[in-house]
Design a protein. Structure first.
Length: 73
């Protein structure tokens, strides 16, 4: 059955936001394949330590991501 893996930098999302991610990704699978998938859809959130994730050759921290989020708002 579906297993959705989400990778994120530790400290970026709150517990409530992670719960919402799990709920909404499950809802998306159910919307595509039907209600029978709800009970068998797995969502795993893997958190990588701040600074252990790189983009463009540079380490990315939770602070960097939060600054990008604020700039987008």
């Amino acid at each position: 059955m579906p297993h959705i893996n989400v990778n994120a930098i530790k400290g970026v999302f709150s517990a409530d936001q992670k719960r919402q991610v799990i709920e909404k990704l499950t809802d998306a699978m159910v919307e595509i394949e039907g209600e029978a998938l709800r009970g068998v859809t797995w969502v795993t959130i893997n958190e990588v330590e701040s600074g252990d994730w790189g983009i463009g050759g540079q380490a990315l921290t939770a602070g960097n991501v939060k600054a990008m989020q604020q700039a987008a708002e």
